[in-house]
Ligand binder design. Structure first.
Ligand SMILES: [Zn+2]
Length: 255
């Protein structure tokens, strides 16, 4: 495999990611939360920035596009349906589309909800997904521009990926997400164990990202509206998974 992912902190709690193809000497920055740490990471690794893959238009994801493009003359890839809000966009991509990045295939998944034009980048051969602010470790993005129905459908697309897919989420929100998750699904043994591990990781100053689809399906309340334990805590029963998801999201917004 000729793909390497380099992860580093940006701003308060964002992660920057560089996706590097060693064979073709290509490097993509997944979003551009902050210019200086991205440039520093490129210099540290000795890599040349050739691409930016934007997940959505928010400033802590696309704010560095223009400065990085000016310095590196890189190609900016983003959602066709959100092209007006992605600074410097060169290549517009849509749901299901697969493009080549060096030796790797990259599949685009439209996952609206956090924003209307949010996309994820999935490398099926490497089993890696960059999901922006759609899915977090033990959490999901706030619904700024979409409905619970829409977000639940988007999360369903990510849940359909293989369990061992490595998921790079864009923020370190996991400790507070874990505290919330414990209030809504307290009898989930896998969640309890994970919450302890997260406490240890954060106490040691270590990241909780990346995660995997399988781990999130077992512990993330936003992917578990079918859980009887969760439904009981929320006072909702039955088959309306969107209603359970919506109530979970509403409670987290006020947590
Ligand atoms: Zn965002």
């Amino acid at each position: 495999m000729s793909i390497e992912v380099h992860m580093f902190g940006c701003l308060n709690d964002n992660y920057g990611f560089l996706l590097h193809d060693t064979q073709h000497n290509l490097t993509a920055s997944i979003d551009t939360p902050e210019v200086e740490p991205i440039n520093a990471a490129l210099e540290e690794k000795g890599w040349t920035l050739t691409h930016i893959f934007n997940t959505h238009h928010h400033f802590d994801h696309a704010g560095g596009n223009e400065a990085l493009k000016a310095r590196w003359h890189c190609t900016v890839v983003g959602a066709a349906i959100d092209a007006q809000r992605i600074p410097g966009i060169d290549v517009e991509v849509s749901d299901g589309e697969i493009f080549q990045f060096g030796s790797s295939r990259v599949q685009v998944l439209e996952v609206p909800g956090h924003t209307s034009g949010h996309i994820a980048y999935y490398l099926p051969d490497e089993k890696i997904a960059f999901v922006g602010d759609t899915l977090f470790a033990l959490g999901c993005g706030r619904l700024f521009e979409g409905s619970p129905q829409q977000m639940w459908q988007s999360l369903g697309k990510l849940m359909a990926l293989p369990d061992d897919t490595v998921v790079y989420c864009a923020h370190e929100y996991t400790a507070s997400n874990a505290a919330f998750a414990m209030t809504v699904e307290p009898d989930n043994a896998a969640l309890r164990q994970r919450a302890e591990e997260i406490t240890e990781l954060r106490a040691a100053g270590r990241p909780t990202v990346p995660t995997t689809i399988g781990l999130e399906k077992a512990t993330n309340p936003f992917l578990r509206p079918a859980s009887k334990d969760l439904q009981r805590t929320l006072g909702l029963t039955g088959d309306d998974l969107v209603a359970v998801f919506a109530e979970t999201r509403r409670r987290k917004d006020h947590f």
